[in-house]
Design a protein around this ligand. Structure first.
Ligand SMILES: Cc1ncc(COP(=O)(O)O)c(C=O)c1O
Length: 391
């Protein structure tokens, strides 16, 4: 039995929505992008009567969204942005592309989330902002991070690639940061293959993001359409990094299913935990842990349950991955500590031992198959294969 790591659930609603765009004039930066931005803004304030809807700017991906958000906050050469080593390359790349330096600090051992105390200790004269990652779908401690940011005069850009649906201590992505950035990449909880969005509460920042995603020109084609031709101007150096109407149209029907799918993923997490507890884990202090399940240790707030990870015994992770692969089980590693990757070794000069918690996690972590349609039998197969791999 093969168990895929991920399967999307796009179907008739998305296909029909996509096809309708083909009958219209604008395929990109048109009315579907605007409608998706409005829908996502409303989703982010769901259940909060009277709360103003934040501004949302659709982007070609989260990677570009992060870059645009940092640019809109005037990050540039000489600046330092504090971030986490438990992340994808997009997070540090965004900082580096602007000529700024990522300052990596260690993560909390229970969750893999950036440690606010480590952030506070790392703030230096060149620090301009904090870039936390809501790892696996769990919000970082935004209240603590906001307190540090306010105390030191820093901005926060949240890497919220792992979900739009998370909440912790009454805080959602974009509530306390100057901006939060989402991904709708192929394996994300809502997807159009590639795409992203930046959310902000500041109108001026939203305007700047809209300009920056479209080369830095003063008016997009849809805004220029109709009536007498009006010239556009190039007012700053931007990027080509917008969402398309085809992608936006595919995303819109998915928003109404987010909560239903989140509940399904939560049920899958609970089932994994109970299967693993029976077979493999020694979580309640029992010796010796063969497999550590981070979710069992700490569950803080409402997770989007984007990824489900287990930790192999030190030194065994890659052998376990190989055995699972041979058994037809799809896996991933999210993530090897980023400062140990070749390019970042060259530019950051952080040797092994610099960020021990992230390094240990990065050496041990395995992401298991995780999506709402994952069947119970398939989950059992995954845990059986894990049991065999552990020997
Ligand atoms: C933590 C994190 N940040 C950023 C990204 C980049 O997202 P995108 O592929 O939409 O650019 C990813 C993608 O997987 C991610 O996992």
């Amino acid at each position: 039995m093969t168990v895929e790591f991920y399967r999307h659930q796009l179907g008739e609603a998305e296909a029909a929505s996509w096809a309708r765009v083909l009958e219209t004039l604008f395929l990109t930066l048109g009315p579907q992008v605007a409608a998706f931005e409005e829908d996502l803004g409303k989703f982010l304030v769901r259940g909060r009567e009277g709360t103003p809807t934040p501004f949302v700017v659709g982007t070609s991906c989260c990677s570009m969204g992060l870059l645009l958000a940092l640019r809109a906050l005037d990050v540039g050469p000489g600046d330092e942005v504090i971030t986490t080593p438990m992340t994808f390359a997009a997070t540090t790349n965004a900082i580096l592309h602007l000529g700024a330096s990522p300052r990596l600090v260690d993560v909390e051992p229970e969750t893999g989330l950036i440690d606010p105390a480590a952030v506070a200790a790392a703030v230096g004269p060149r620090t301009v902002g904090i870039l936390p990652v809501h790892l696996y779908g769990q919000l970082a401690d935004m209240r603590a991070l906001r307190a540090v940011a306010d105390d030191k005069g820093l901005f926060i850009v949240e890497d919220s690639a792992h979900g739009i649906e998370m909440e912790r201590d009454g805080v959602r992505p974009g509530d306390l940061g100057e901006a939060a950035v989402f991904s709708v990449y192929a394996t994300k909880n809502i997807t159009s293959g590639d795409g992203g969005a930046v959310v902000t509460r500041a109108a001026r920042m939203a305007d700047r993001l809209r300009r920056l995603r479209n080369h830095g020109v003063s008016r997009a084609a849809a805004e220029r359409h109709g009536g007498v031709y009006r010239h556009w101007d190039l007012v700053e150096l931007g990027y080509k990094a917008n969402l398309t109407d085809l992608d936006a149209a595919m995303l819109r029907p998915q928003l109404s299913r987010v909560e239903d799918k989140r509940r399904k993923r939560e049920a899958i997490v609970l089932r994994y935990e109970s299967l693993l507890r029976e077979r493999l884990t020694d979580m309640a202090g029992g010796p010796p842990a063969r497999c550590r399940v981070p979710w069992l240790v700490e569950r803080r707030g409402q997770s989007s349950h984007h990824l489900f990870t287990v930790h192999a015994k030190p030194g065994q992770r890659d052998a376990v991955l190989a055995t699972l692969g041979s058994a037809g089980i799809g896996t991933a590693v999210n993530y090897r500590a980023i400062h140990l990757l070749t390019y970042l070794v060259e530019v950051l000069h952080l040797p092994r031992g610099s960020l021990p918690v992230a390094e240990e996690m990065g050496d041990r972590t395995i992401s298991l198959p995780m999506y709402p349609t994952l069947e119970s039998r398939a989950q059992e197969r995954v845990v059986e294969a894990l049991t065999e791999a552990w020997g």
